[in-house]
Ligand binder design. Structure first.
Ligand SMILES: Cc1cc2nc3c(=O)[nH]c(=O)nc-3n(C[C@H](O)[C@H](O)[C@H](O)COP(=O)(O)OP(=O)(O)OC[C@H]3O[C@@H](n4cnc5c(N)ncnc54)[C@H](O)[C@@H]3O)c2cc1C
Length: 482
């Protein structure tokens, strides 16, 4: 009897799920390992962060997605290393897992360009925990402003700085402005509807730098019309609990959000793969890594540079999905003794939303803006990208939630406040140990196996990448494609 090959996929995002599902009818065993139990629709993450949608509306258990795929097994585990020579994946929780083919689809992490100490004061938006934490900070800032009698302190609570003028920064800034004017102005009594200040800080000369300049200008004009201060040519030099310093300028704010940079999953570097300046694994034309045809890296974790081009493909979901399906095909071809193909990306265009009814988009030379572009965004991102639930149901569900601003999405969760505890002066004070007595920290769990040849250094559950060798200035992410 022919032995089935073992394929191990690290990550259940767009790329990892893409590989796994495309292998459904192949005679292989697929083990998908993810440290979270859900597949997340990141394009709508900012809506959770801005209290427009609830976490459950944009995520689904990976196990449920793959429940009918007989050849796929899902493991909830944190991958801490890979023994590339011995072909084993090393997790924190289990004995080594053997593979014949490995697909690293571990995505990306926030990058603070060597200033990881800014992360506490300026959280980035990468997963559901980040989104819920940002939502908590934003809603608590409004609560603190409602209680405040000192006008200067109230102003600080109502000032929100978003760093990075890429799509995520633009979406966050627009959404905070809308949250303040459309929703919260109804619910609060001591906050004037125009008292909220939203500042979008971009180091370059325009926001959405990867879109046509005309669309950047339109997006900036739209944001300004919504009350957002769009500040370009402004480089952040420091961030602390009370605001942001940009050279000689100080912006005092209770809430600072980071949308200025991402880097490839730290796993790539820690397992010894060759990475580019942004920490993404360098891959060949078939998405495998040099010298190891059995190891592929796909999606945000990979730096795939198309032939004849200088820049790697952007970190967007269509790249991840297409690479996922492509690699599944290459695995089947290898098993059948056929030669590998070259990955070629079909660009679906780029777009960014500005609030609930506006967007800018470009598709192959065609430029769209306003409501039409927003409709295009809705169909491309919501309808086309979703394949984990019934598309029509998801579309209706999200559209309703999107316009109705469900109240449940505005619940503040994540920190327990004891009855009778002193009310902190600023939302950030909620994180201080005085309010919530710290529980004794257990030592990190020991590994239950001896690490093989390329012994992994065991990082924390969400390891922060080492500083980039030459820190580039904060600038925005590449725009997303549809
Ligand atoms: C806020 C935001 C908005 C975005 N908006 C858009 C948009 O509008 N359009 C668009 O096309 N793209 C958008 N993107 C980018 C898009 O979401 C990514 O390109 C896409 O998710 C990449 O897919 P992936 O599978 O490579 O990685 P991910 O989807 O990030 O999946 C990686 C998976 O790996 C798991 N993982 C990581 N490390 C480990 C480990 N050590 N052990 C086990 N599991 C691990 C993670 O838990 C995760 O499930 C956005 C991204 C963000 C953050």
């Amino acid at each position: 009897m022919k032995l089935r090959r073992k394929v191990v996929v690290i990550g259940g995002g767009f790329a990892g799920l893409g590989v796994t599902r495309a292998l459904a009818s192949s005679s292989v065993h697929v083990t998908l390992i993810d440290r979270s139990n859900h597949h997340l629709f990141q394009p709508l993450l900012y809506q959770v962060a801005m209290a427009g949608l609830s976490p459950g509306e944009i995520a689904v258990p990976i196990r449920a997605v793959l429940s009918r795929q007989a050849n796929a097994k899902v493991l909830l585990a944190d991958v801490v290393g890979v023994d590339l020579d011995g072909r084993h994946v090393l997790t924190r929780e289990m004995p080594p897992i053997a593979y014949d083919y490995l697909v690293v689809a571990a995505g990306a992490a926030n990058s603070y360009f060597g200033r990881d100490d800014w992360a506490e004061a300026a959280p980035g938006l990468k997963d559901l925990d980040d989104a819920v934490e940002i939502r908590r900070r934003v809603l608590l800032a409004f609560e603190a402003a409602e209680r405040e009698t000192d006008a200067a302190v109230q102003r600080r609570h109502l000032t929100f700085v978003v760093i990075g003028g890429g799509p995520t920064g633009v979406e966050l800034a627009g959404a905070i402005a809308e949250l303040a004017t459309v929703v919260l102005s109804r619910d609060f009594r001591a906050i004037e509807s125009d008292a909220t200040r939203v500042v979008l800080v971009e180091g370059g000369d325009r926001i959405l730098p990867n879109l046509h300049p005309e669309l950047s200008d339109l997006a900036a004009a739209n944001l300004r019309a919504m009350g957002v201060e769009v500040r370009t040519h402004l480089r952040v030099t420091d961030i602390d609990a009370d605001g942001v310093t940009c050279g000689n300028e100080r912006i005092t704010a209770s809430t600072v959000l980071w949308a200025a940079g991402v880097r490839g999953s730290p796993l790539c570097q820690s397992i010894g793969l060759e990475v580019d300046r942004q920490g993404r694994a360098q891959v060949l034309a078939d998405c495998s890594v040099p010298g190891r045809p059995e190891v592929f890296v796909v999606g945000d974790a990979a730096a795939f540079v198309p032939a004849g081009e200088e820049r790697a493909l952007p970190g967007v979901s269509p790249v991840a999905m297409q690479q996922g399906r492509f690699v599944a095909r290459q695995i089947s071809r290898s098993i059948n003794g056929e030669s590998r193909e070259t990955f070629s990306y079909i660009d679906k265009g780029s777009m960014a939303t500005i609030g609930r009814k506006r967007a800018v988009a470009q598709f192959r030379g065609m430029r769209l803006s306003g409501f039409l572009a927003w409709l295009a965004w809705l169909f491309v991102h919501v309808f086309y990208l979703i394949d984990f639930r019934n598309r029509i149901v998801v579309l209706l569900d999200w559209t309703w939630a999107y316009f109705a601003y469900r109240r449940g999405s505005r619940l503040i969760t994540g920190r327990r406040l004891y009855a009778g505890a002193p009310v902190p002066a600023s939302p950030r004070a909620f994180t201080e140990p005085a309010l919530v007595p710290p529980a004794p920290q257990p030592p990190p769990p020991p590994l239950r196996f001896s690490a093989a040849t390329s012994a992994p250094s065991i990082p924390s559950v969400r390891p922060l990448a080492p500083p980039m060798s030459a820190p580039p200035p904060p600038s925005s992410r590449a725009p997303r494609s549809g």
